[in-house]
Ligand binder design. Structure first.
Ligand code: AVJ
Length: 319
């Protein structure tokens, strides 16, 4: 079925409204992290990746630059590279540059406009590589189109975006990747590693306040798009460690007891109450290995940066 732009937009608005109404009605208020990334949110996230405190992007890029040839050998020749999320740009270019005669590049993203930009950038950069963009929400179940060219497939998921998923979501996601590579390919996945809390927490609460602005932008978005009246100066950003989830969480803390309206409804906050806006899981290699094995993958390679902060993992599908 096809939707015109207007219909797509109104479904999107409807989904945001449902996420906010549902999320603010829970005992622990929470809004899924995908809603942080409107235009302004994406700009702020780009700024985050350049912060001194935010090491993951730099560490992962360093790993790719150093080990791309080995990764390419791991993937094999004539492969189809399937990328989940199309924003990774430079990291993808590093890998593709190293690959031996890649046959097809398949970027997948929910945002059609971002995807189109990625596809045209990659066609310019790699004119001999066929690019087949696919609009899909990779957190939900979907199949790759039938009739792709033959060849082994590698699923590529950089950025430690997998850290946003909880255990069961991670297993479901990895199982989907296993199906997408037809049970016999590879996956290359960027994973942030567990480390001292000081380093972890300052990566999510930087001195310049960019992460705070990124988090608070969600309330500005609710005010603008869902007729909300959150007072932006009476909510503050907080990064905290959740030991049982092994995750850094972002919250928005209400400084007062108050009632806020949005979507034509009212939501009560008590002083200090929070909205949970994102979890970013940090793994030990063994804990990731066991999730991979639950979804029929074998962890065969781990490429780390100099300071062992971040890992790019090479998984092989077990039949
Ligand atoms: C894009 C999900 C990988 O969790 O590190 C950065 C998002 N949030 N700072 C992460 C994020 C706050 C980022 N991911």
């Amino acid at each position: 079925m096809m939707f015109d732009g207007f219909e797509v937009q109104s479904r999107w608005d409807e989904a945001f409204r449902a996420a906010v109404v549902g999320g603010l009605s829970r005992a622990q208020k929470s809004i899924p992290c995908c809603w942080l990334y409107d235009e302004r949110g994406s700009e702020l996230f780009n700024e985050i990746t350049r912060l001194e405190e935010y090491y993951p992007t730099r560490a992962e890029t360093e790993i790719l630059l150093r080990w791309a040839d080995e990764m390419a050998g791991f993937c094999g020749e004539d492969i189809l590279l399937v990328e989940y999320g199309a924003g990774a740009g430079i990291k993808t270019e590093i890998l593709i540059e190293a690959l031996d005669k890649p046959r097809l590049y398949v970027p997948i993203d929910i945002a059609g406009d971002v995807l189109a930009q990625t596809a045209s950038r990659m066609r310019d950069r790699f004119p001999d590589l066929e690019t087949l963009p696919i609009v899909a929400d990779f957190n939900r179940d979907f199949d790759l189109p039938a009739g792709l060219p033959p060849g082994w497939r590698t699923a590529f998921f950089p950025g430690s975006t997998i850290g946003n998923l909880n255990r069961s979501e991670t297993v479901a996601f990895l199982s989907r990747l296993h199906r997408h590579v037809e049970g016999r390919g590879m996956a290359i996945i960027g994973v942030d590693l567990k480390k001292d809390l000081g380093t972890l927490l300052s990566a999510y609460d930087d001195g310049a306040g960019v992460t705070a602005a990124f988090n608070l932008n969600l309330l500005a978005r609710i005010n603008r798009e869902l007729d909300g009246d959150f007072p932006l100066d009476r909510f503050v950003h907080q990064a905290r460690w959740n030991e049982s989830e092994s995750a850094v969480e972002m919250h928005l803390v209400s400084l007062d007891t108050r009632v806020v309206s949005a979507c034509g409804r009212q939501f009560a906050f008590h002083e200090g109450e929070t909205i949970h806006t994102e979890s970013s899981r940090k793994y030990a290699l063994d804990s990731f290995r066991s999730l991979a094995e639950k979804s029929a993958w074998r962890l065969s390679r781990a490429w780390l940066d100099d300071e062992d902060r971040f890992a790019v993992l090479g998984l092989e599908a077990s039949p």
